[in-house]
Design a protein around this ligand. Structure first.
Ligand code: HEM
Length: 367
């Protein structure tokens, strides 16, 4: 045996001795279980003490640590395993089924109903539906949402879909870039969302017309059957409220994920909901706050993505004349009369009023 071999063996033996002898106090400090458990360890039963310590650690017992990060006192955070299993299992699976299901439904609807045409044919007259500010707000929200959706879906599914296709180098570069885009473009989404809420909330208050609209299936399933609607019909109100409330919720949970351990949203929400006797967990640890924020962020985002599939379908191939509303802002008057008859009446009445009080002639032209 050479001197070097002898030396390294001695060092290894010494290290082992330090670990064995010093390990106990370290474990004690970390778990805070010291005294009793260690005493048991010395008892003839021996392993009973060890299993008690391990059981406590496994159950998330918090020990004492002197470093600033107090969470390091929890060695095994079992909820983390539940969170991971839910995220990579049911959450991911339901998301895929939701998206596939919606695409299937839209395809079926297209096959059965075809494109919803302007029944009275195109009119020579156009009417302003959304002004520049409204269209800017819409496209800011829409463009940022699409980037957030794609980069978010990559975080959830990229490793199953893109990684095998692109290989680790390209996938990693795309995912890192996507993560930065997701973090920063979120703020553009929040600005767009705030704008559309302010601009459109007054036109989206539910009323009795909505009940009739639903009763007639929105006029989508037959011809010559257009339920009256003001600026937004009941179907659009659902999209609006889903985007407004879902968007706010995704924004808040997203900010909680961007600034880890800064907020205690779920603890406070649960405490509030418990007033109604829901019996939700009264204490939520900072780590659980992060897990719940992630799950909530992903669930609400996936629901929104599924709803937006339907919205994009009806705004493009699904309905003749719809895209113009957000494209040029000017829609075909026959389209407007068929889908938003009461809104057309209101616009015309305003124009007549303006004309009578000496205002300018309107873009909608004469009646
Ligand atoms: C390519 C994507 C999109 C297209 C082609 C599109 C198209 C349209 C059109 C044509 C309208 C006006 C409908 C009308 O005149 O009555 C509209 C309205 C609206 N859009 Fe979009 N949109 C898209 C993406 C989005 C996204 C991603 C969001 C939000 C996340 C969004 C939110 C809204 C809301 C809240 C309204 C008002 C309510 C409604 O009409 O349903 N849109 N969109």
């Amino acid at each position: 045996m050479t001197v070097i071999q002898l030396f390294s063996r001695t060092v290894a033996l010494l290290a082992l001795a330090v670990l064995l002898l010093g390990g106990a106090p370290v474990a004690e400090r970390l778990t805070g279980l010291g005294g009793a458990a260690m005493a048991q360890q010395a008892a003839p039963a021996g392993d009973v003490g060890k299993s008690d310590v391990w059981r406590a650690i496994r159950n998330g017992e918090r020990g004492y640590v002197s470093i600033p990060n107090k969470q390091a006192g929890v060695l095994v955070q079992s909820e983390g395993e539940n969170w991971r299993a839910f995220r990579n299992g049911p959450l991911s699976n339901w998301g895929v089924w939701g998206m596939i299901g919606m695409i299937g439904l839209l395809a079926l609807f297209f096959v059965i109903r075809g494109r919803v045409r302007i029944e009275h044919g195109p009119s020579p007259r156009r009417i302003e539906r959304f002004n520049g500010v409204e269209r800017f707000a819409h496209w800011l929200t829409a463009a940022s949402f699409i980037v957030l959706a794609l980069t978010g879906l990559n975080i959830l599914y990229g490793r199953y879909v893109l990684l095998p296709l692109l290989g680790p180098e390209i996938f990693s570069a795309i995912t890192v870039a996507g993560k930065y885009m997701h973090n920063y473009i979120a703020f553009a989404f929040m600005v767009g969302l705030a704008m559309i809420i302010v601009l459109w909330v007054k036109d989206n208050i539910p009323n009795r017309l909505d009940v009739n609209w639903f009763a007639k299936g929105g006029g989508l399933f037959g011809k010559g059957n257009h339920p009256p609607a003001r600026k937004f019909n009941a179907g659009q109100k659902i999209v609006f409220w889903a985007v407004a409330l879902g968007g706010l919720s995704v924004s808040v949970s997203g900010v909680a994920l961007l600034f880890p351990f800064e907020f205690a949203l779920f603890g406070k929400t649960f405490a509030f909901l418990n007033i109604f006797g829901l019996g939700l967990p009264a204490t939520v640890t900072p780590m659980q706050e992060m897990q719940l924020s992630q799950v909530w962020h992903a669930v609400v985002s996936l629901v929104l993505i599924v709803i937006i599939f339907a919205h994009i379908y009806i705004g493009t191939i699904g309905m003749e004349g719809a895209f113009d509303a957000m494209g040029s802002g000017m829609v075909d008057e026959n389209w407007a009369k068929e889908h938003h008859s009461l809104w057309v009446d209101e616009v015309k009445a305003k124009e007549r009023e303006a004309a009578l009080s000496g205002g300018r002639a309107s873009p909608a032209g004469d009646d």
